[in-house]
Each structure stands twice: as C-alpha cells, then as structure tokens.
Design a protein around this ligand. Structure first.
Ligand SMILES: Cc1ncc(COP(=O)(O)O)c(C=O)c1O
Length: 487
C-alpha cells in the first residue's frame, strides 16, 4: 500500500484511514467479502498505533461497510450495495476470468525490472536505441513532405509500403512477391496472433520448436491450440520428428523461426529447410516461417528463407522491422496466398481498422531512401561486436560452468549451465545483483538450467558488466548449495 495518513491534516488519523478504505471499497479495490488487512499488519504498514486502526475499522463497521468476524478479522460487507447505493463490480473476478491469458508472473517481473536504468538488460529482445536509425528518421520527418490520406488506409496496409516491402524482401531474402500478397501488421506478433485466430481452431495441433519464442506460447494457449515440440540442435529444428508427431496428433501447422532463432540463435540448415518443405508438401501441412532476424546475418551470407524455396505455396512468411530498424514503429508483415492475406486483412480491419498511417509512411520513406543499405551494413557489424563481447566475457568469467553455440546473426545466445540450478532462484538473485536475462523455462524449455542472453539491447561495455554480475551470482549460489549439502 503506497498511501499513508497525513499527520499535518486536522482530520484525525483514524478518520483518514476509514475514509481511505471507504474510497477503496467503493472503487472495487476491496470487493465484497474480501478480508481487510489485520489490525496489526495495517498498524505496522501505516506506522500508527493498533488502537487507531481499531477505531478506523469500528467507524467503517458503524457505516455498515465492513463486518467484524470473530477470530478471523475484518471483511468487506457482503451487502455494501444497499449502503452505498452503488453497484460496485468485482473487478478482481473480471480480471481473472477473461479468456485472454495474462503473462506469467516471471515475465511480468522481468519486463518491469528491465525498465530500471541500473539493471544490465540481457533480457529484452530488442535493439539498443543506439542501433536504431534515429537520426535518419528525424531527417526524413523534417525534410520530406507528408502528403498521405489521413483517413483509414487500405485493409492490407499502405500500398506504397507494401511495394517497398516487396522490393526489400526480394533484395535481402530473395523472396519474389507483390503488394497484393502482403498484409501489414502491428509487428510480427500481430501476424502470429492473426494466423492463430483466423486459420486455426480450438483443439488443433501444431508443431513448434523446443525451445520457442516465448510470446507466441500464450497466444496458442489462449486459442486452445495443442502444441507439440520439435527438438532444436545446432542445425535448427529436426524435420524428421514432424512425421511421428503428425501420425500421432494430426499436425495442422508448423511454426518455425528458422534464422537465428529466438532463443537458441541457431539457423536451420539448408538441407533441413528443404526437408521441411518436402514434408510440408507430402503431408499437406503449411509452414509459418517467422523470420524477423534473417537479415541480421553478420557476414551477410545466410541460409535461404523457406519462402524463397517454396515452389508449392506452402509457406506463410512473417517478418518485421523490429530487429533491423525499430521495434517502436510496429511494422510487421505477412506474405502468402492472396486468399489467406485477404482473410487476415479482414480480421485486422475488424480488430483495429488497419495500421496507423504515420509509422507506415516513416517506414516506406526509410525503406525507399539511401539510408537503409548503410544502416543494415553497420547494424551487422555492431551486433557482431556485441556478440563477441558476450562470448569473450562468458569465457573470461564462466568458462568451465557453461556451454553454448555461437550465433552468426540475430541477438540471442542460448546457454546451458553445466550444473543444475533452480532457475527462479537464479533470476531473482541475478536481478538483486543488477542483471536480467531470460530463464529457459519461460521459453518452453522443460529442462532446468538454460538461460537466454540477449545482446542487442545493451551497448558495448555493459554486456561484459552484466556477465560479470551474473557470474558473481552463480558463484554465490554454488557456494550456498555446497554449504547446505555439507550440513
Ligand atoms: C521470433 C520472434 N517472432 C516475433 C517477434 C515479435 O516481434 P515484433 O512484433 O516486434 O515484430 C519476436 C520478438 O522478439 C520474435 O523474437
């Protein structure tokens, strides 16, 4: 509770407390029948005598707002409506009952904690502000005339942006497409959501990588989709496992993040890409290729996009500008057969009436400018330097304690701790030590002792500081385990 009584006011403290609770109860913060804090707890929290709390609760009781239950404490009356003449909804129940699932508490905690500037953020899957082309975009905004229609745009998204994207994916991913086959979405995240909601139904089975991109998992769960796992090694997901999964569960779709995968940083080998495509045709299972990292390849050489090899039209391709330009622009897209694109566009139109014209205009102008090529070149260099700093600091501080595969693109490195550790304890203690990462379990990994370090969000110097803090946490926990085992 942030509120405290104000000792400077002439209103007695017990009255201030009773008024505060009356207000909170009328706002639904404390719903009918909910227990209020005990007199002792509240007295400690508000730093007042217990007798003051007793008087406040007695006042509320006299108003009929609370009831004193012998032996249990003070609870909000079941019948406050009659007294306050207001119907107060039980917001708590609404918050819990909605069909869209909330994030798991650990994700919420990591998301909040990474906002703090003293935390070294090796958790958030985005680029550092220094890696975004802020200057170029400022220049575009201040020098180029904005002459777009300010009404709702085309349900598939701005036509010129779709044309710019068709050239962009052709140049960088060798994908041949046209503006009719593209839908602009609010990031790749919305593209995944639309596909799940429009093309699948509750009870359908899909195959996903293990581990997987964490924010896709609750979307599948909310939609009642059954997920079956394809194991991932240094060559990416194993296509052969799809055969037995399909036999047992009738897989309806395969979701792959084949290039510099989140979280493992691996890239699906070309042989496996071809095998997935062959199986997709043989079994009639569409593939969703989620490719936000493909272009970040540090050397500029990359395995071909599945979509670029797709002769039969089996692949729906998703990507976004989040990991190569800016996550805040919220520009993502889906490329696929026109019937599918129109179905998804119709749903998007019902959900949000299409994407805002401003970020679409910025994105289109940036993609059509001379800045983009230079930007991608320098992004690749900068990301590879960050990857190297992470590699060197892991070897310096944790050499014998971890193993990992070095990514050739993207922003994520997946680490196995050689000793089993409780991931909850590890993240909690690491946060206290000033560093955040993502524990493997959040990413659908069933085994303990994996962590994902993301090196795109922090700048050089901070990454090694983060790994130093992490290594100190590991050493302290190891010491504590040894002490406990000795006893
Ligand atoms: C594999 C993958 N897909 C999709 C997304 C969603 O990104 P956005 O909606 O910002 O494009 C992310 C973000 O981390 C991701 O890693």
């Amino acid at each position: 509770m942030d509120w405290k009584p104000d000792r400077m006011l002439s209103k007695p403290i017990y009255k201030q407390i009773s008024s505060y609770f009356e207000e909170m109860i009328s706002k639904g913060v404390y719903p009918a029948n909910e227990m209020l804090p005990s007199e002792r707890t509240l007295a400690t929290q508000l730093q007042v005598n217990r007798s003051t709390i007793k008087s406040a609760y007695e006042e509320l009781e006299a108003l009929g707002i609370v009831e004193r239950v012998k032996g249990s404490g003070t609870k909000v009356s079941s019948n406050i409506w009659g007294i306050s003449h207001k119907r107060i909804p039980n917001w708590g129940r609404y918050v819990e009952d909605g069909s869209f699932l909330p994030n798991i508490p650990m994700v919420q905690k990591i998301r909040t904690i990474t906002q703090e500037p003293n935390i070294v953020n090796l958790a958030s899957g985005e680029l550092s502000p220094h890696l975004m082309p802020t200057e170029a975009i400022r220049e575009i905004i201040s020098t180029q005339p904005f002459s777009e229609n300010l009404g709702y745009d085309h349900p598939q998204g701005n036509e010129e942006l779709r044309e710019a994207l068709a050239s962009f994916v052709h140049k960088y991913r060798c994908i041949k497409t046209d503006s009719e086959s593209i839908l602009i979405t609010s990031g790749a995240q919305q593209a995944i959501h639309l596909i799940v909601e429009c093309l699948l139904k509750p009870g359908d089975a899909i195959a996903i990588e293990n581990p997987s991109y964490s924010y896709s998992l609750p979307l599948f769960k909310t939609a009642g989709i059954r997920t079956y796992l394809l194991s991932v090694d240094e060559q990416g997901a194993n296509p052969e496992e799809l055969i037995s999964l399909h036999k047992k569960h009738r897989i309806r779709m395969v979701f792959l993040n084949p290039s510099y995968q989140n979280p493992t940083g691996t890239s699906l080998s070309t042989v496996r890409r071809e095998r997935f495509l062959a199986l997709s045709s043989e079994l009639g299972i569409p593939i969703i290729e989620d490719d936000p990292y493909g272009i970040t390849s540090y050397s500029g050489k990359m395995n071909p996009a599945l979509k670029s090899l797709d002769k039969d039209g089996n692949v729906l391709y998703i990507s976004s500008l989040s990991k190569v330009v800016s996550s805040g622009l919220r520009i993502g897209w889906v490329i696929g057969p026109q019937a599918v694109i129109q179905r998804l566009a119709d749903a998007k139109q019902q959900i949000d009436f299409g994407h805002s014209i401003f970020p679409q205009w910025v994105a289109k102008t940036f993609l059509n400018s001379t800045y983009i090529e230079e930007h991608i070149k320098s992004l690749r260099v900068e990301l590879s330097q960050r990857r190297d700093e992470l590699d060197v600091s892991l070897r310096n501080f944790l050499a014998d304690k971890i193993s990992y595969h070095l990514p050739e693109g993207g922003i994520h490195l997946w680490c196995k701790l050689n000793q089993r550790m409780n991931e909850n304890k590890l993240i909690e203690e690491s946060i206290k030590n000033g560093v955040a990462f993502v524990p493997g379990k959040i990413l659908g990994n069933m085994e303990e002792s994996y962590v994902r370090f993301t090196y795109g969000r922090e700048d050089l110097g901070r990454i090694s500081e983060g790994i130093y803090r992490f290594s100190e946490t590991i050493k302290r926990l190891e010491y504590e385990y040894k002490q406990t085992n000795r006893k």
